[in-house]
Design a protein around this ligand. Structure first.
Ligand code: HEC
Length: 292
């Protein structure tokens, strides 16, 4: 007669599966304070206990029908702790008489094959795996659990929010602290494309707004070209409201304007001007003599 798994082991397995299932569906540990979770735990424990007492009754009944010898062997084995019994059953070797009973007939090829029963620990793991698989599939199907794109999305959103939060409090560049940095040109070009190109044309060749590649400037509030561009983008033009105060009105941050100004400085000082012959706008304002 086989020994049964102690009820406490069954309860532990049930609790593990319940924990995993709740965790997968909830995606966090908040269920630990939910009455539903503890409700299922209590009901499962009660069911396990009921199943155990029914098992006890059946076991008693079967026990009565054993011979005295079998009874003694059974009681002897029952004294052994559960884990030790599992360990022994996992590595048990049959005697040669036991092997004969298990031998499958392979008359034609002479190979010896034993029809061993799978060890209970193996079967236990197998059924645990099956139960886990069902929980996993259901939660994958019904919730956002384990979907890489969704996880990526949430993480991405969190990162963007963190960057925004940082930028809100991070010190921004001002007219006083802004500096030309060659590293900013590439990003400045992208920002120029989204914010300035509509009026100042491709590459700053001019359109509604003046040509930014030549040396003629309507507005020259600063002595240095880089600061002049920063000033214009921050404060806008005092003469023409079309050139609005991108910085002051909060449309662009100081850091962004620093980048755009680096790009405008680059196309004005480090590249040849786009002349009228090349499709650039005619010079406006007076010739500038920028300080280096
Ligand atoms: C809606 C059209 C428009 C947009 C968008 C615009 N500008 Fe202008 N910008 C102008 C006009 C018009 C002027 C001429 C202002 C004046 O006459 O004083 C100007 C002037 C300027 C000047 C001074 C040029 C000079 O000769 O005095 C700079 C520098 C400048 N803009 C930079 C920028 C930057 C950088 C951006 C993008 C952040 C931008 N502008 C976006 C229309 C625009």
């Amino acid at each position: 007669m086989k020994h049964r798994t102690p009820v406490i082991v069954n309860i532990l397995i049930i609790l593990t599966i319940l924990f995993i299932a709740y965790f997968m569906f909830e995606q966090n540990a908040s269920f630990l304070s939910s009455p539903y979770f503890w409700g299922t735990v209590i009901i499962s424990i009660i069911l396990a206990l009921i199943q155990n007492s029914i098992g006890d009754l059946i076991e008693n009944d079967k026990f009565k029908r054993l011979t005295d010898e079998e009874k003694a062997a059974y009681l002897q084995e029952k004294k052994m702790p559960y884990l030790q019994r599992m360990y022994q059953s996992a590595f048990k070797k049959q005697s040669s008489t036991e092997e004969k009973d298990l031998l499958l007939d392979h008359g034609f090829d002479g190979i010896m094959e034993l029809d061993n029963q799978l060890p209970r620990w193996w079967l236990g793991l197998f059924w645990f795996g099956v139960a886990y698989c069902i929980v996993y599939l259901l939660s994958f199907w019904l919730t956002d659990f384990a979907h890489p794109e969704k996880e990526y999305d949430t993480e991405h959103k969190m990162q963007i929010a963190a960057v925004d939060e940082y930028l809100k409090t991070a010190p921004q560049t001002t007219l006083e602290t802004a500096e030309f940095k060659a590293d900013n040109i590439a990003e400045g070009q992208e920002l120029f494309k989204t914010n300035c190109v509509t009026c100042h044309g491709d590459g700053g060749k001019g359109g509604i707004g003046p040509n930014l590649t030549d040396n003629f400037w309507i507005n020259q509030p600063e002595k240095k070209l880089f600061k002049n561009v920063f000033n214009m983008a921050w404060n806008g033009s005092p003469n023409n409201p079309a050139m609005r105060a991108f910085g002051k009105n909060g449309e662009l941050s100081g850091n962004d304007i620093e980048k755009i100004a680096a790009y405008v400085y680059h196309i004005n000082q480090e590249q040849p001007p786009i002349t009228t012959a090349q499709g650039g706008a005619a010079p406006q304002g007076t010739e500038a003599h920028w300080e280096k």
